[in-house]
Design a protein around this ligand. Structure first.
Ligand code: ATP
Length: 338
């Protein structure tokens, strides 16, 4: 795919999601979708009005921090969609062309060199499945991905900024910006702003964080609907991705007698302690596919020798990551392996 085609594809996903309407009859589904649509609109506005006029690939001063996780994948799709909208619409205004003249962007793409910069801060002992997903997906999305040496976040970021020849001093007027898929429910993230400078003792750049207000349920609704391949660990019961030494499947997703049907509990008790798939509608209406069955539980997992030892130690079955929509329990799998 050309860069233009990738951007257009992501733009089409976001537009399609925004057009999901009241045909959805299930109240809980429609309320998640409506909430996510509002968040999608405001995230797009942050990109279009507050980020891209100052930081963009043409100015060579923006990058996305990408580790293959669900949050940065959602943000990446929206970022690419906004690049399409921002540059395509700008070309339309300038040339006064009609909306359906798709050649505009394609022509523009041959004269403007986009380098979709991305950075992966390598950590020790990562799952091979994650590494492979990062490789495949960054190729697919046309990212020029810099993989740092293994080290602390600070050192890796410094290394990256030196690599990009970005000035990280306080006095620089136009600091580089790095897009980060952090959400308020992440550790120390409650009071963050959409755009803010890094703390004093860190390499100096602007943190661009337009996904802050999204909840777990919004991330899953959009990502499942997008029909994009996601990191396979989520299908195995992981809800947040770290290294092999500090990440296990989420215990709240363990199948028990009570929740084994994977459906809403019918005994009249509260559903909060029971797991079910809130995103059946999104699965059945995934972008680009119509009326497909719900494959949310039967996706096949490729064998992977390096991860095998870790993944096969767990003999119990787990529901996929998207069965959990309680933000407070999302990181329950990010602990020391016993
Ligand atoms: P998940 O929570 O499922 O792992 P995620 O990795 O996208 O999804 P977090 O782990 O909460 O989300 O991390 C927040 C954001 O910080 C990521 O979306 C990404 O932008 C950035 N980030 C975290 N770790 C790395 C890393 N090793 N390299 C590059 N960016 C990272």
């Amino acid at each position: 795919m050309t860069t233009a085609a990738i951007l257009k594809h992501c733009y089409d996903i976001t537009e399609s999601y925004l057009k999901i309407d009241d045909r959805v009859t299930n109240n809980s589904t429609i309320s998640i979708i409506k909430e996510t649509q509002d968040l999608l609109i405001s995230t797009k506005q942050i990109f279009l009005n507050e980020i891209l006029p100052y930081w963009n690939p043409i100015k060579d001063n923006i990058s996305i921090s990408y580790n293959g996780g669900k949050d940065c994948q959602v943000l990446l799709i929206i970022y690419l969609a906004c690049l399409y909208e921002y540059f395509y619409m700008a070309a339309l205004n300038f040339n006064n062309l009609k909306l359906d003249t798709m050649n505009t962007f394609n022509n523009m793409n041959t004269t403007v060199k986009f380098a979709l910069k991305a950075v992966y801060l390598r950590q020790e002992n990562t799952f091979q499945i994650i590494n492979e997903f990062i490789e495949e997906s960054s190729k697919k999305y046309g990212l020029s991905l810099y993989k740092s040496n293994i080290g602390s976040m600070e050192n890796s970021l410094k290394e990256y900024m030196i690599h990009e020849k970005w000035d990280c001093n306080y006095n620089t007027k136009q600091k580089a910006g790095i897009i980060i898929g952090i959400r308020r429910s992440d550790p120390y993230a409650l009071n963050l702003k959409y755009i803010q400078q890094t703390d004093k003792n860190w390499p100096q750049f602007m943190r661009l964080q337009p996904l802050l207000d999204w909840k777990l349920r919004n991330v899953w609704s959009f990502l499942i609907y997008s029909n994009e391949p996601i990191c396979k660990l989520y299908e195995l019961g992981f809800t947040s991705l770290g290294g092999v030494n500090n990440t296990v499947r989420n215990l709240y997703l363990k199948k028990t007698k009570c929740n084994q049907n994977g459906d809403k509990c019918k005994d009249g008790t509260s559903t909060s302690s029971h797991l079910w798939n809130h995103f059946q509608w999104e699965f059945q209406h995934r972008f680009g596919s119509h009326n497909k069955d719900d494959h949310s539980e039967d996706m096949t997992i490729e064998d992977n020798s390096i991860d095998h030892e870790y993944l096969c130690n767990d003999t119990e079955s787990y529901y996929p990551g998207w069965f959990l929509i309680d933000d407070e329990k999302e990181r329950a799998g990010r602990t020391k392996r016993k």
